[in-house]
Design a protein around this ligand. Structure first.
Ligand SMILES: Cc1ncc(C[n+]2csc(CCOP(=O)(O)OP(=O)(O)O)c2C)c(N)n1
Length: 175
């Protein structure tokens, strides 16, 4: 059992690469079990398990900043950043939020919920980083639906003019 030992991102970082597929399976079971009772965005989260694990292995949250579009697909991120013990409170009164929420964790940088905001947000955050002389990564994580939003297309136009470095993750599941 790996998931029950994760109380912080540091606990996750200690897990060996060879054990990450077992962790992914535990995460899928946890999400399926809790959401079968509480409801929520099931398929979006089942579809981003390995990707979120990989992102948290490669980048160093919360210094590096993940910005999830909508953030309906952030449940795996919540489980990896110390919120597994409370995960069954998700979307309940006084429980975990169904989206990213800065009051919930230093790993959540914005309270979103609307589609199409992440790329534009990331542009602003990365510009602030550059103007402040910092070097951390800002990583927007988008679904393909985000590319139907004007705000995203506007950000795509502006990013090459404004930034030298931005890693953008597009999770294209054709849904
Ligand atoms: C402005 C706005 N319109 C509609 C919604 C409802 N909504 C929630 S998730 C979603 C689509 C998400 O698709 P995608 O970004 O491709 O991610 P996936 O769930 O497929 O991984 C929509 C339309 C929303 N959150 N915001």
């Amino acid at each position: 059992m790996f998931l029950s030992k994760i109380h912080s991102i540091e606990d996750f970082q200690k897990i060996a690469v060879k054990d990450l597929s077992s962790l992914a399976e535990e995460i899928r079971q946890r999400i399926t079990k809790v959401l079968s009772i509480k409801g929520g965005h099931l398929s979006s989260n089942l579809g981003i398990v390995e990707l979120t694990i990989a992102l948290h292995k490669v980048f160093k949250s919360p210094i590096d900043k993940f910005i999830f579009d909508v953030s309906h697909q952030s449940y795996v991120h919540k489980l990896l950043t110390g919120r597994n013990p409370y995960f069954d409170t998700i979307r309940q009164y006084k429980g975990l939020c169904g989206f990213c929420h800065p009051k919930e964790s230093p790993h959540d940088h914005f309270f979103a919920g609307h589609a199409g905001t992440a790329l534009s947000l990331a542009l602003g955050v990365a510009k602030n980083r550059d103007l402040s002389g910092r070097k951390e990564h800002v990583i927007p994580i988008l679904g393909d639906a985000s590319l139907t939003c004007g705000l995203t297309l506007e950000a795509l136009n502006n990013i090459p003019k404004e930034l030298k470095n931005l890693v953008v993750i597009l999770n294209d599941n054709e849904m």
